[in-house]
Design a protein around this ligand. Structure first.
Ligand SMILES: *Cc1c(COP(=O)(O)O)cnc(C)c1O
Length: 445
């Protein structure tokens, strides 16, 4: 075979550089985590060579015996991990999962409600930029003055517009989502409730955020964000899995099976499904629970430290892994803050915040996440260092325009050095060849 370094040195060098970058930067990307090396390895398994449309035991191609077992295993583990009655592990992403749910429960033009994009919602929750906002009558609810979901207004909107579906969940919301309250509101008009836990699936699995699985009719999630799985999506359902669909008879679980295949996807991705199975097992281990605990403690500590340093932390704190700050409070747009930090080896992404007056590529805020800090084994006491580094960069950056800025080279060098030190002190367990843990893949044996 030869190693990738001999067969394709160009690509291998890029993948190696990526590993070096991940090891030596302080990633505070709220939507990212570091997959266990075994998850990465399984994602590259030769199982990927299998083509098999359909579901276990009902494929449209021969030769899927192993894949059937793997998919059954992934479904079993997903149900076990989340205490669900139904799981579909085939969605290629949470976006596909959400669109499949919308297509199954709504007719074009039907009304649904999701959290607005500026309020922290996701594109697939009804943004005009997404199919979800074009094919349906998508209305949005928002936040109250304290930055929390405005349930009173939501209740009024639901009574006024009588949506067929309500979506709970967010991409940028630092507080606990009260799924039960969403369900009570959905029930006032007999609407379905979809809970999208893409950002908090790890906390839900580990018991650090209330689970929506038995509260919402359906739950969707990305598998790569906080779950540490491969790129992909997952649909779950709990006690409502046999509730009738819009036709009044077909159970939701049956509808979801069809909604994913054949309605919105073709062949599943067998190796990704195997990697999901592996990730669900990793997420059931005690070490994952310990990391989830640290994620929450770290986010609280980071929010408190940043507040103490004079930053405007949205909602005044956090309940989950995420801290949102208003960078205009220190005179920087989100994009300038993001770029200045990246120059110093700190990764955090710009994010629109409620009432944002800057365009989406500029923004007025920054979204920080503690998933990877916790995976590095950092505890809350380390968040003082992280907050100080963030503060040093943000307060030492002089904006020239909304997108251009000046930094002090000495400051950049100093922070970079501290970042390197912190990363070396709290190493990631990425042990790979060209970014691929080749030795773990059972090829040719
Ligand atoms: C990221 C995200 C998605 C989309 O997930 P992909 O797997 O990247 O398509 C959907 N919903 C929410 C709330 C998200 O944060």
């Amino acid at each position: 075979m030869g190693s990738l370094h001999t067969r394709d040195p160009e690509l291998a060098a890029m993948l190696d550089a990526e590993v070096r970058q991940q090891n030596s930067t302080l990633a505070m990307i709220a939507s990212a985590s570091i997959a266990d090396p075994s998850v990465l390895a399984v994602g590259g398994a030769a199982l990927s060579n299998v083509t098999a449309e359909g579901y276990p035991g009902a494929r449209y191609h021969p030769g899927a015996q192993q894949f059937d077992q793997v998919e059954d295993l992934a479904v079993r583990r997903a149900k076990q991990l989340f205490g669900a009655q139904y799981a579909n592990v085939q969605p290629h992403s949470c976006s596909s999962a959400n669109l499949a749910v919308l297509a199954a429960l709504l007719k074009p033009g039907d009304t649904f409600l999701g959290l607005g994009l500026d309020a922290g919602g996701h594109l697939t929750h009804g943004s005009r930029a997404s199919v979800s906002g074009r094919h349906y009558n998508a209305l949005s609810y928002g936040l109250d003055a304290s930055g929390r979901i405005d349930f009173d207004r939501l209740g009024d909107l639901v009574l006024e517009h009588r949506p067929q579906l309500l979506i709970a969940g967010a991409s940028a919301y630092p507080r606990t989502v009260d799924f039960a309250r969403f369900r009570a509101i959905a029930d006032t008009v007999g609407a379905y409730l979809l809970a999208d836990i893409s950002h908090i699936a790890g906390l839900v699995a580990a018991g650090y955020h209330p689970s929506p699985v038995d509260v919402a009719h359906l739950t969707t999630t990305s598998t790569y964000k906080q779950l540490g799985g491969p790129r992909g999506g997952l649909i779950l359902s709990g006690q409502d899995h046999m509730a009738p669909g819009p036709d009044g008879r077909t159970p939701l679980s049956r509808l979801m099976q069809r909604a994913v295949f054949p309605q919105s996807q073709g062949t599943p991705s067998p190796a990704s499904i195997a990697a999901k199975a592996r990730a669900f097992a990793v997420a059931a281990e005690p070490a994952f629970g310990e990391t989830a605990r640290l994620i929450v403690l770290n986010a609280r500590a980071l929010a408190a430290e940043l507040s103490a340093l004079g930053h405007r932390v949205l909602t005044g704190g956090t309940d989950n892994h995420m801290v949102l700050i208003d960078t205009m409070n220190v005179g920087l747009t989100g994009v300038v803050a993001e770029r200045a930090l990246e120059e110093c080896g700190i990764l955090a992404n710009r994010n629109r915040i409620p009432g944002d007056t800057k365009p989406p590529l500029v923004t007025s805020g920054l979204r920080l996440g503690t998933n990877i800090l916790a995976q590095r084994g950092m505890g809350p006491e380390r968040m003082r260092d992280c907050a100080r580094l963030l503060h040093t960069v943000l307060s030492g950056t002089r904006p020239r325009t909304d997108t251009e800025y000046l930094t002090d080279p000495a400051l950049v060098a100093l922070v970079r050095e501290e970042v390197r030190w912190l990363c070396a002190r709290h190493p990631l367990s990425i042990d790979t060849t060209a970014g691929v843990p080749v030795d773990l893949i059972g090829v040719g044996t």
